[in-house]
Every structure is written in structure tokens, then in C-alpha cells.
Design a protein around this ligand. Structure first.
Ligand code: SF4
Ligand code: SF4
Length: 55
């Protein structure tokens, strides 16, 4: 599963890049809906802080 960690600066780039619309702003940072994510990996390359990882 793909997850967004504490390095997120809430820039929103990943949400714009996600073809599944699975990323949205949460309480403290952006979050990935595991129900909607299709595991394409596009968001990892988009994030400027490397906050997204596959676990
Ligand atoms: S892996 Fe793909 S589908 Fe999943 S959150 Fe990232 S961009 Fe969206
Ligand atoms: S691209 Fe990275 S820093 Fe920007 S909102 Fe997404 S996870 Fe946060």
C-alpha cells in the first residue's frame, strides 16, 4: 500500500497527479484512500519531499 508520511508539506501535487482521485487533504497532511488507490505509483514521483512510500 502507498502511504503519505510526515514529510508532507501539503502542496497538493500528488492529488492532482493521481489518476484514481485517491488523494485528498486530511487533518494534518494529505492522505491516500486505500479503497480507491490502484497502486500505479505515479504519486511517488510527483512528491517534492519524498513523503510518499510503498509499504
Ligand atoms: S499509487 Fe497511483 S492510484 Fe495510488 S494514490 Fe498514488 S497516484 Fe493515486
Ligand atoms: S506531493 Fe508530497 S508534499 Fe505534496 S501534498 Fe502530496 S505527499 Fe504532501
Amino acid at each position: 500500500m502507498y502511504v503519505i508520511g510526515s514529510d508532507c508539506i501539503a502542496c497538493g501535487a500528488c492529488a492532482d497527479s493521481c489518476p484514481a482521485g485517491a488523494i485528498s487533504m486530511g487533518d494534518e497532511r494529505y492522505e491516500i484512500s486505500q479503497d480507491m488507490c490502484i497502486s500505479c505509483g505515479a504519486c511517488i514521483d510527483t512528491c517534492p519531499t519524498g513523503a510518499i512510500s510503498e509499504q
